[in-house]
Write a protein that binds this ligand. Structure first.
Ligand SMILES: O=C(O)CCC(=O)C(=O)O
Ligand SMILES: [Fe+2]
Length: 215
C-alpha cells in the first residue's frame, strides 16, 4: 500500500470548500468518449464577459430529467443564456448511476438531475475562471465531474486572494477520472480549464448537477 497516495476522502482545498479526487473510475473511457463525440448534438456555448457575448469553440450539451409526455423542447436558462435540454443518453445515465453509487460509498448522498457536457476539441479550447454558483444550483451544490480523452489541467483560485489562499490548487484530469466539488467550494473558489498549446487531442467532461425547480 502506498501510504502517500491521495485518498478519495482527502480534501484538495486548504480551506473554504471540499474537492475530492476519486481517481480513475471507468475502464471503457475511450469507447465512451468516441460514442458521445459521434452521437450527441454538440453546440457552441455563449459566454458573456464584461457585457460582451462570445461564441465558444468549446461545445456543450445539456442533458437531464425531462418531463415525459411533452413534445415541446425543454430549455434551461443560466448565466443569462437559454439552452435546450436533451433527454438522458443511456450511457450518460449509466455513468450517472455509477457515480451516485461511488459517492454513496464515501458517504456523499447525491442525486443528479442534469449533466452539462463540455467538448474541448483541442488544448486551444478551455474554460475561464468561474464558479458554478447560479441560484438554480442551490446552497453548497455537489458537482461531480468525469473526464474523458486528453489530460487537462484543472485549476482552483480563491475568490478573495489573500495570504492564506493565494496558492492555486492545480490537478491534472485524466481520462476516466472523477472529481467532486462540494461544500462551500462554489461560494469561495473559482475553477478553470487552462488553455495549452501542448495538447491537440480532444477532451469531454461530464459535469453532473442537481438543479432546483427542474422538470
Ligand atoms: O471541463 C471541466 O472539467 C470543467 C467544466 C466546468 O467547470 C463546468 O462545466 O462548469
Ligand atoms: Fe464549472
Amino acid at each position: 500500500m502506498d501510504l502517500f497516495a491521495p485518498q478519495p476522502t482527502d480534501n484538495l482545498l486548504p480551506c473554504d470548500g471540499i474537492v475530492n479526487d476519486l481517481g480513475i473510475m471507468l475502464s471503457d473511457d475511450r469507447a465512451l468518449y468516441q460514442q458521445l463525440l459521434d452521437k450527441l448534438p454538440w453546440q457552441s456555448d455563449q459566454v458573456t464577459l464584461f457585457g460582451k457575448t462570445h461564441i465558444t469553440t468549446r461545445k456543450i450539451v445539456w442533458m437531464g430529467d425531462t418531463s415525459s409526455g411533452s413534445d415541446q423542447a425543454l430549455t434551461y436558462t443560466y448565466s443569462g443564456h437559454t439552452r435546450p435540454i436533451q433527454p438522458w443518453h443511456s450511457s450518460v445515465f449509466h455513468v450517472k448511476q455509477l457515480i451516485e453509487q461511488r459517492l454513496l460509498e464515501l458517504g456523499i448522498a447525491a442525486q443528479f438531475n442534469s449533466c452539462l457536457l463540455n467538448y474541448y476539441p483541442s488544448g486551444e479550447d478551455g474554460m475561464g475562471y468561474h464558479a458554478d454558483d447560479e441560484p438554480e444550483l442551490g446552497h453548497q451544490p455537489i458537482i461531480a465531474s468525469l473526464s474523458l480523452g486528453a489530460t487537462r489541467k484543472f485549476v482552483f483560485k480563491h475568490k478573495a486572494h489573500n495570504k492564506k489562499t493565494q496558492d492555486k490548487v492545480e490537478l491534472y484530469l485524466e481520462s476516466g477520472q472523477l472529481v467532486v466539488m462540494r461544500g462551500d467550494t462554489q461560494q469561495y473558489w473559482k475553477h478553470s480549464i487552462t488553455k495549452t498549446k501542448k495538447v491537440d487531442e480532444g477532451r469531454i467532461s461530464l459535469t453532473f448537477r442537481h438543479m432546483l425547480n427542474h422538470p
